[in-house]
Ligand binder design. Structure first.
Ligand SMILES: [Fe+2]
Length: 135
């Protein structure tokens, strides 16, 4: 998964988080059967930090469609968690499928919800930065 021009939302802390997301997805795509579970758990831990951070910015900046965006984060996090259980039960090939699914999910999510959040924060003059607990 490569960084694409339209992923840049002119919001440095968010762009940095998204670059880290792509690194984790690529690590998962390259993982072999022995390391696929670790790569999936790394991605899950990344999501926990990534989504907590964005949810925090939404709260702080009074982002109107907050529930919609937070809800989608939770669906994606919970979905990955349940697929980790399937892989734990002996289906390592699902890791690669998930890496591909993540790419198409992110393509859409970045272009819609994250773009809207970045625009909203600029519009209201809120300047996001990484909060301590997530660094
Ligand atoms: Fe998001």
């Amino acid at each position: 998964m490569d960084w694409k021009e339209h992923y840049t939302l002119d919001c440095t802390p968010m762009d940095d988080m998204h670059k880290e997301f792509i690194e984790r997805v690529n690590a998962l795509a390259l993982a072999d059967d022995a390391s696929v579970l670790t790569a999936m758990k790394d991605l899950l831990h990344h999501f926990e930090r990534h989504f907590a951070q964005e949810n925090h910015w939404m709260n702080e900046s009074d982002f109107p469609p907050l529930h919609c965006h937070v809800g989608e984060h939770e669906r994606v996090r919970a979905g990955l968690q349940s697929i980790i259980r399937v892989v734990e039960n002996g289906n390592p090939c699902l890791g690669k499928t998930i890496a591909r699914e993540m790419e198409s999910w992110f393509d859409h999510h970045a272009a819609t919800m994250d773009t809207a959040l970045a625009r909203h924060m600029r519009h209201v003059g809120y300047s996001p930065h990484h909060s301590g607990q997530n660094s």
